[in-house]
Design a protein around this ligand. Structure first.
Ligand code: FAD
Ligand code: NAI
Length: 464
């Protein structure tokens, strides 16, 4: 007889592990299947956490090494990079967090089934030759790197994001294919450590999907830091010989090809959902044309008793989206009401400065014919940013012209990723720009720039 659970969650990333823990908190008997050696999925093992560890460490190094601390009276000399120590520190951060999830599983009595799950029926899965059944099965298998046809990832010279988190030495020239989030974040890491970085982007601008002002300012600021951009350009092939890559590029619209020599190439052109090997057909689940599993508002698939959350479903591929869906599906499974507002999911690019966004972009609203008022405030007018000498960037608040309801907030700034939470909360509460403008913000903080941008919607910011 197969062991029976109330819920089996497949995948222990931020979607799956959160769903499993919340379902157990809700009194259900829960198992979570994970094939990695450690819990936490892409995010904790090879995604959010190790990349942020390296972004933090490389920023400390860059500040210490480039002499920019001298104006604060901090003089550094003989600063040396110990890359092995930096990579070890990253691994320690990852281990601390992945071990933490194992502890939380034990604490909440979630059974970790180690191995790969595949469906053998609508309510049965096989893990390493053993059958398990459940009333409800949640697919939270996440995503993996989209390959670029004709470009072989060897994880030595041509790497994906996982390889780029562990390069054994700083490349002289790193070519990044794809000017999206991964390309800019990991490109920043290696640029700060001394690499020349060239980003090849197919579209005419980096960071597709973000607000136009953010895209423009980020390109300008990263260029100022030394990052080179080849936009409207496509890679047609990469040839590796003796540890060197010859990257052939040509204009996206076609034209004369040229070759870029590099000692490392990062392929970061997007991610695709993980459904291979799940034997979804045995359960009757059919992915859409993009390989995603479509769900309804309770995260239910077209098959009774089977649910899906996180990167394997449509929508932004973000850890916090997956987590919130994990909480919501576990509440639905316990007969409660789960809630995720997919219109208010913040997105952050953790470069320096950071770029953060929530709600609609000005371009999306224009295309939809919505009349808006826009308030913009530069950090150059914010006293704390001026004092800290980190005045790059701005806050932009977009409000409905008829109702003043905030429809989008977009920030470029050193603390943009933290500041965007306030904007998301305001939007979740249906705030107007006037509500934000009338909220008392502590002085001196970067957050005052959000208040001023809200005041600018009416044309009445003070410090510009
Ligand atoms: P995943 O985290 O991908 O987890 C799915 C898990 O399922 C995996 O561990 C996998 O081994 C397991 N699995 C798959 N199939 C099976 C099977 N058949 N049986 C058993 N187990 C299986 N997002 C952010 O919000 N902020 C960031 O800063 C950020 N940084 C990132 C940096 C990088 C370099 C990358 C690659 C991604 C980053 N992301 C970030 C995206 C984030 O990692 C994902 O959105 C998030 O991990 C999705 O969670 P998930 O639970 O849907 O899937
Ligand atoms: P992405 O979708 O952010 O960017 C891919 C870029 O590659 C796009 O600009 C696209 O136009 C370009 N591109 C596509 N094909 C190309 C080609 N053939 N040649 C040149 N350019 C090409 O994908 P990325 O950066 O790989 O990240 C994957 C996902 O991981 C993102 O969707 C994001 O949600 C998630 N992520 C989130 C992070 C965060 O929240 N801070 C950090 C890292 C990843």
């Amino acid at each position: 007889m197969a062991e029976e659970f109330d819920v089996i969650v497949i995948g222990a990333g931020p979607g799956g592990y959160v769903a499993a823990i919340r379902a157990a908190q809700n009194g259900l008997k829960v198992a979570c299947v994970e094939s990695r050696e450690t819990l936490g999925g892409t995010c904790l093992n090879v995604g959010c956490i190790p990349s942020k560890a390296l972004l933090h460490a490389s920023e400390l190094y860059a500040h210490a090494a480039d002499g920019s601390l001298a104006k604060f009276g901090v003089e550094t000399a003989g600063v040396k990079l110990n890359l092995n120590a930096m990579l070890d520190e990253k691994l320690a951060a990852v281990k601390g967090l992945t071990d933490g999830i194992a502890f939380l599983f034990k604490k909440n009595k979630v059974t970790w089934l180690k191995g790969r799950a595949r469906f053998t029926g609508k309510s049965t899965v096989d893990v390493g030759g053993t059958a398990y059944t459940a009333k409800s099965i949640v697919i939270a298998t996440g995503s993996s790197v989209t390959p670029l046809p004709g470009v072989e990832i060897d994880q030595k010279v041509v790497v994906d994001s996982t390889g780029a988190l562990s390069l054994p030495k700083v490349p002289k020239h790193l070519v990044v294919i794809g000017g999206g989030v991964i390309g800019l974040e990991l490109g920043s890491v290696w640029m700060r450590l001394g690499a020349k970085v060239t980003v090849v982007e197919y579209l005419d601008q980096i960071l597709p999907g973000m607000d136009g002002d953010v895209r423009k300012d980020m390109a300008r600021l990263l260029k100022k830091q030394g990052m080179e951009f080849r936009t409207s350009t496509k890679v047609t092939g990469v040839k590796v010989a003796k540890g060197t890559a010859a990257v052939t590029v040509e204009p996206a619209a076609g034209g004369t090809a040229e070759t870029l020599e590099a000692d490392a190439v990062l392929v970061s052109i997007g991610r695709r959902p993980n459904t291979e090997g799940l034997d979804l057909d045995k359960a009757g689940v059919v992915p859409n044309a993009r390989g995603q599993i479509e769900v309804g508002h309770k995260f239910e698939t077209a098959v009774d008793g089977i649910y899906a959350i996180g990167d394997v479903t449509p929508g932004p591929m973000l850890a916090h989206k997956a987590e919130d869906e994990g909480l919501a599906v576990a509440d639905f499974l316990a007969g409660r009401v789960g809630y995720v507002n997919h219109d208010v999911i913040p997105a952050v690019v953790y470069t320096m400065p950071e770029a953060a966004s929530v709600g609609k972009t000005e371009e999306e609203l224009k295309a939809a014919g919505v009349a808006v008022n826009v308030g913009k405030f530069p950090f150059a007018g914010n006293s704390r940013a001026k004092t800290n000498r980190d005045t790059d960037g701005f806050v932009k608040v977009i409000a409905d012209a008829a109702t003043d309801r905030v429809l989008g907030v977009h920030i470029v700034g050193s603390l943009a990723g933290t500041m965007i939470a306030q904007a998301a909360q305001a939007m979740e509460f249906g705030a107007s720009s006037e509500d934000i403008a009338l909220t008392c913000h502590a002085h001196p903080t970067h957050s005052e720039a959000l208040k001023e941008a809200a005041m600018a919607v009416e044309g009445k910011a003070i410090h510009v």
